[in-house]
Design a binder for this molecule. Sequence first.
Ligand SMILES: [Fe+2]
Ligand SMILES: [Fe+2]
Length: 183
Amino acid sequence: MPGLEQRPARMQMGTPNPQELLRSDHSCLEALFGELLEDFADGHQGEIRSTWTEFERRLLAHFENEELFILPLFERVNPEEAAAVRAEHAWIRQLLSELGVGVDLHLVRLELARDFIGFLRAHAKREEVLMYSWAALTLDATARAAVAQGLHPSAPNQGEASPPAAGTDRPRFGEPPVARAGF
Ligand SMILES: [Fe+2]
Ligand SMILES: [Fe+2]
């Protein structure tokens, strides 16, 4: 899977920028999902399963990182937005689980996968506008290092996508739990 090991966000010595790192991770997830859509279009079940497994692992690691190192701090200053991000994580995890079952059963349709990436893009946009901007200005060196280490565990421990198209098409997953502001 080309590009997965790329780390376009650069960690400056001692001060990794969490906004840059997390946005870069969004881009990597977006690229990975693009591969998945191609696999769906080709109908190669082996490739779909392999790419899906990698995508799922990385997405869950991304969420876990945000929930461990950013949200506990962010919710002190903006509890409403933090709760919305957590609710979207719960919603996306549920969709991920449902889609995973579909992948196992070879039942995921391309349009369903496109709906899912639409939710992810909206979630990513929301985080980048508020939470990541706050994190870039606020997180101390320890928290920044924790985010970097969480995203790239093998790294030395030193211390846009468009929103889904609006339209009359209703998502086939039902509605997300909170209004979409913008993964
Ligand atoms: Fe998130
Ligand atoms: Fe994120």
